[in-house]
Design a binder for this molecule. Structure first.
Ligand code: SAM
Length: 238
């Protein structure tokens, strides 16, 4: 059973070029077909100015809307392992309404052999995935909190705030719930002062929803042929 906003559907997929998952439910790919891992690095890690911003911070929290294949998480964990200092911890909180099966994750991530050991570790935990928030200590400095729920409901039940957000729903036209004014306000409320957001989309109404929520938003060069992407910051209180 899932906590509020229950979805009982498993995720209906087809596969392009053998290892590129395509959501039949939402009619969209999970990440850039040019290079998903490159997109994670450019849009989400770079757009939030990581790893520089976690340097010297004892506990750093990243929030994500849409866990999908876990690619964003796995690539972030790889970069975190390469740059972290003793005594630091990373919490990665992700909200996912339609989780994939373990073998679907394995098939998608097989494209990136450098992520194989981290994927294997994640998949050790995957069979335990439940409708209660899943809190998994993946290594001594890395915690994944995976919330299997509709994003808006999941956020309402999470009593913490993130330093950086990865806004990664499917395309706004096909997945409007993941970019709604209510959800962008909830993200703003659960961002620390001076915290940031990044997204691959520059859809005008998404940008306006983020601005109405309170973020200062700007466009930056996008990934792999996309002209632009969005970055934003929650202004520090004066
Ligand atoms: C573009 S994919 C995310 C890709 C992912 N970050 C990765 O690294 O593979 C969007 C994800 O949002 C999830 N999703 C769509 N609508 C949702 C909702 N209302 N609440 C929670 N998750 C949702 C989908 O199931 C899908 O996994």
């Amino acid at each position: 059973m899932m906590t509020g906003g229950v979805h009982n559907l498993s995720h209906e997929l087809s596969w392009h070029e053998d290892d590129q998952p395509f959501s039949e439910q939402f009619g969209d790919h999970f990440y850039s077909r040019a290079d998903g891992r490159g997109e994670t690095g450019h849009v989400f890690i770079g757009g939030n100015r990581l790893p520089g911003r976690w340097a010297g911070v004892e506990n750093f929290t990243i929030g994500e809307l849409g866990f999908g294949t876990g690619l964003n998480f796995l690539e972030t964990w790889r970069v975190w392992k390469a740059t972290r200092q003793i005594g630091q911890t990373l919490t990665f909180v992700s909200f996912e309404g339609f989780p994939l099966e373990g073998d679907q994750i394995e098939r998608a991530i097989s494209r990136w052999p450098e992520l194989a050991p981290l994927t294997a570790r994640l998949l050790e935990f995957w069979p335990r995935l439940s409708g209660e928030p899943n809190d998994w200590a993946l290594d001594s400095q890395t915690r994944l909190r995976l919330v299997r729920a509709d994003a808006l409901t999941g956020l309402a039940n999470w009593n913490d705030a993130a330093h950086a957000w990865y806004l990664d729903g499917f395309s706004p036209a096909r997945n409007p719930d993941m970019w709604s004014p209510e959800l962008m306000c909830a993200v703003y409320g659960q961002t620390v002062s001076g915290g940031t957001i990044a997204s691959y989309t520059v859809a005008g109404w998404v940008r306006r929803n983020l601005q109405s929520a309170g973020f200062d938003v700007c466009k930056e060069p996008g990934f792999a042929g996309k002209r632009e992407m969005l970055c934003g910051v929650k202004p520090r209180a004066l």
